[in-house]
Design a binder for this molecule. Structure first.
Ligand SMILES: Cc1cc2nc3c(=O)[nH]c(=O)nc-3n(C[C@H](O)[C@H](O)[C@H](O)COP(=O)(O)OP(=O)(O)OC[C@H]3O[C@@H](n4cnc5c(N)ncnc54)[C@H](O)[C@@H]3O)c2cc1C
Length: 354
């Protein structure tokens, strides 16, 4: 079984931290391809199983396209790393991230999507059918939807991983609301960190920015806004040695990057804002990327190669929300379906003409 790394616990700090398995008994069950008889052929292959990929799968399967979803190393995507999701429409009481993603997957599978828990390590988009490889198995597809997301970068320390969803977050828009009248920290000194800090002042009692250097990297206007805000203070030349707390965040142990001296500060929440890494390495040789590695979208959800479509955070450094990713998944599946239809019509017309 896929290990569900949830905690629960942002919502008012009173939620049972043991939550994890979806409440309705559904669960994410890994499926591995055992194909040893040559390539696995599909009309549509969807790469990624977050909100974008699984929404694309729901639409494509309901259109009768029998999509194959290659789920990657994080089946369910980024929401598997969080607890309470309170801004996804349709759940007035909120829902746990892993529970929501299990429902996405169950809905996609109900209409015939086949979800395989492998990560694509190579593609060849030079001709049709498009070819993709994962775990040594080749997949061939008439159309491909890329929904590989953009992973939040983390500090990589054990205490941070342990307290994710228990006061450690990487998304102020998603989790800021849970920190009303609390003391929080934002780690990072770039524009994203400054934006997150300013956003958090709407809820938090105080926002402490933890900056490794003795200056910000972000734009001057953002710096000025942050420094002028009475709720924001800055800990310069400071690195996080440890996130403090057992069941939930209680503070940070900071290390001065010049002197090495450590000190503890009491906090209720920690927002890591050191950037995102779009998961586009395997597509780099085939598709247009921007300077940060995000996929460039051409007309509608097109990638620039007819038949290859793009959806979700992998092309979106701006909104980065489950609902926007899901919306893009729907768009990409509709575009893929219409493109396949037009290809079929063109083939019929050309056969009739010859
Ligand atoms: C801590 C945290 C809390 C959040 N809370 C909220 C919230 O409350 N509300 C909200 O709306 N949003 C929230 N978000 C943001 C939300 O999770 C993302 O916007 C959303 O998941 C993006 O969906 P996606 O499908 O584009 O990508 P992702 O969810 O990132 O999914 C990407 C998928 O691609 C797969 N993949 C990657 N590489 C490959 C490969 N080579 N081959 C095959 N598959 C691959 C991965 O395994 C994964 O399944 C949160 C994010 C974080 C980090």
């Amino acid at each position: 079984m896929t290990e569900v790394t949830t905690g629960g616990g942002f919502g008012g700090f009173s939620i049972d931290f043991g939550a994890g398995a979806p409440a309705d008994g559904t669960d994410i069950v890994p499926v591995r391809s055992t194909s040893s008889e040559g390539p696995l052929e599909a009309t549509v292959v969807i790469v990624g199983s977050g909100p974008a990929g699984l929404t694309a799968a729901i639409y494509a399967s309901r259109a009768g396209l029998e999509p194959v979803v290659l789920a990657g190393h994080e089946p369910g995507g980024q929401l598997m790393l969080t607890s309470d999701v309170e801004n996804y429409p349709g759940f007035p009481d909120g829902i746990q991230g892993p529970d929501l993603m299990a429902r996405f997957r169950a809905q996609a599978e109900r209409f015939g999507s086949r979800v395989i828990d492998v990560a694509v390590d190579r593609v060849d988009f030079s001709e049709r059918p498009f070819r993709l490889w994962a775990d040594g198995v080749e997949y061939r597809a008439r159309a491909v939807i890329i929904a590989t997301g953009a992973s939040a970068l983390w500090l990589g320390i054990e205490s941070e991983t342990r307290l994710r969803g228990r006061g450690v977050s990487a998304c102020a828009t998603c989790d800021g609301f849970f920190f009303r009248d609390r003391d929080v920290a934002v780690i990072g000194g770039g524009d994203t960190a400054l934006e997150e800090a300013l956003y958090l002042t709407r809820f938090a009692r105080s926002v402490r920015m933890i900056v490794r250097r003795d200056e910000f990297r972000g734009s001057r206007i953002m710096q000025e806004r942050a420094l002028a805000d009475p709720k924001i203070s800055v800990e310069w030349t400071s690195q996080v040695a440890q996130v403090l707390g057992d069941a939930k965040v209680e503070g940070l142990r900071l290390r001065d990057s010049r002197t090495g001296v450590e000190r503890d500060v009491a906090l209720d929440g920690v927002f890591v804002a050191i950037g995102h890494r779009p998961n586009t390495a395997v597509f780099r040789d085939w598709l247009d990327l921007d300077e940060k590695g995000y996929l460039h979208v051409h007309e509608h959800s097109g990638s620039g190669i007819p038949g290859v479509f793009v959806a979700g955070d992998v092309d979106d450094p701006h909104y980065r929300q489950a609902v926007t990713a899901a919306g893009e998944g729907a768009r990409a599946a509709i575009d893929a379906e219409r493109w396949l239809e037009s290809e079929d019509a063109a083939m019929v017309a050309s056969a009739a003409a010859s």
